[in-house]
Design a protein around this ligand. Structure first.
Ligand SMILES: C[S@@+](CC[C@H](N)C(=O)[O-])C[C@H]1O[C@@H](n2cnc3c(N)ncnc32)[C@H](O)[C@@H]1O
Length: 239
């Protein structure tokens, strides 16, 4: 298993993006656990770093298809730099081919809101990492979460230090009665969908929310990388 993860890490190391190794490993593990009761959907693929972790995990499991939704024209914050022209599709496809996952990944070159109405398949794993503005993340959650099957997983990137994803995660994941087993790995918050969680789940989810709040606050303090790594390890043990 560790060898498999090390191989994927070697593949994605040279792919541009913001996902950490620990975050990628979480995507891999949860994608590997997908059984085929639904597909895997990623909102926001950029150059394929997270897509490759998801697809490699799926390949190690039940080969569940990965739908990668991205217009490939960048997010508002990307377009604000340089000449504002962004086109990531070719590089995305080259990275998928290099990783040997192009057969499993179905790119949808459109926005999540445009893709949602005609997307009729149940979803077993939903990863939200598209437009990070609050209204956009809220829309992603509201349009796509109903498609997730019971027992399926929701994961949201950048719930640390980014107001939009952080707010939606706090409102609709940590405080919701439809999740159990919530957790976070660096900036990814995740949980398993249930029809209605038990009181013990809600208590635990609130406890993890408190940890998430403290971890987020600490992330604003400048510390040497060694202390950052130690904090990550401590917070993962506390969950
Ligand atoms: C932070 S990047 C995603 C990073 C990627 N998950 C990774 O691990 O490298 C955000 C991506 O979301 C895409 N995006 C922006 N608005 C979107 C929308 N409404 N629907 C789908 N994707 C969107 C952008 O084109 C950009 O590639």
């Amino acid at each position: 298993m560790n060898d498999a993860l090390a191989q994927v890490f070697a593949l994605v190391e040279t792919v541009d993006g913001w996902l950490t190794r620990e975050e990628g490993e979480l995507l891999y593990r949860l994608a590997r656990g997908c059984t085929g009761r639904g597909v895997i959907v990623e909102i926001g693929s950029f150059k394929g770093k997270s897509t490759i972790w998801l697809a490699k995990g799926s390949q190690a499991g039940a080969n569940v298809p990965v739908y990668a939704i991205d217009p490939h024209t960048g997010s508002a914050e990307h377009r604000a730099t340089g000449d504002g022209q962004i086109w990531t599709y070719e590089e995305f496809m080259n990275n998928l081919r290099r990783a040997g996952v192009e057969g499993l990944v179905h790119p949808l070159l459109t926005t999540s809101a445009e893709a949602a109405p005609s997307f009729r398949q149940p979803v077993e794993l939903l990863f939200i990492d598209g437009d990070h503005r609050y209204e956009a993340v809220r829309q992603d959650f509201d349009l796509w979460f109903p498609k997730v099957v019971e027992g399926g997983y929701l994961l949201m990137h950048d719930t640390i230090r980014w107001d939009g994803p952080r707010r939606v995660a706090r409102e609709s994941l940590y405080r919701s009665c439809h999740f159990r087993g919530v957790g976070f790995v660096h900036s990814i918050s995740y949980g398993q969908k249930v029809a209605r969680n038990a009181r013990s789940d809600r208590l635990r989810n609130r406890y993890v929310l408190l940890l998430h709040f403290v971890y987020d606050r600490l992330s604003y303090i400048r510390v040497p990388p060694v202390l950052k790594r130690a904090a990550k390890a401590v917070f993962s043990r506390l969950q």
